[in-house]
Design a protein around this ligand. Structure first.
Ligand code: FES
Ligand code: FES
Length: 151
């Protein structure tokens, strides 16, 4: 029986140490790989601060056990294309869509998914798509305007 867990993170293949296989993907990314761009907010799947892409789909890394992700492809904010991140930062600045920035990595990952055709914009308004990303300090209106301009 195979007991090792291997996964790709931002294009690099990793074998997960046994001590992390029973822990959350969020812990593995931050503590084992040093990818601290992925944030912990609620730890319960409610705030979206920990959002990463798993095989191209946005998921809360606080709800995923690393040991069940064998063979999966994970993308964190550190793995998003530089050109996209620059554009995202510029548009957030233009619209005043960032204050403390704690929620921003999760929102950037969602925005990248949206940009890559993860959703048909004709079906769902941006405001609906980002309902799972909470922000405690910036008004949502600025955020929605920025994300709409980006998409
Ligand atoms: S920390 Fe994962 S959804 Fe809030
Ligand atoms: S900018 Fe502070 S939580 Fe969103």
């Amino acid at each position: 029986m195979k007991t090792r867990t291997c996964l790709r993170v931002n294009g690099t293949q990793y074998e997960v140490p046994p001590s992390f296989s029973g822990r959350r993907l969020l812990d593995y990314l931050r503590s084992a790989l040093g990818l601290v761009g992925t944030k912990e907010g609620c730890g319960e799947g409610d705030c979206g601060a920990c959002t990463v892409l798993v095989d191209g789909t946005p998921m809360c890394s606080c709800l995923l056990l690393t040991g069940v992700l064998d063979g999966r492809e994970v993308t964190t904010i550190e793995g998003l294309p530089e050109a996209f991140l620059s554009q995202f930062a510029a548009i957030c600045t233009e619209y005043g869509a960032v204050q403390c920035g704690y929620c921003t990595p999760g929102i950037a990952v969602m925005a990248a998914w949206l940009r890559d055709g993860g959703n048909d914009m004709n079906d769902e308004p941006v405001s609906k798509l980002f309902e799972g990303n909470l922000c405690r300090c910036t008004g949502y209106q600025q955020l929605i305007e920025a994300l709409t301009a980006l998409s």
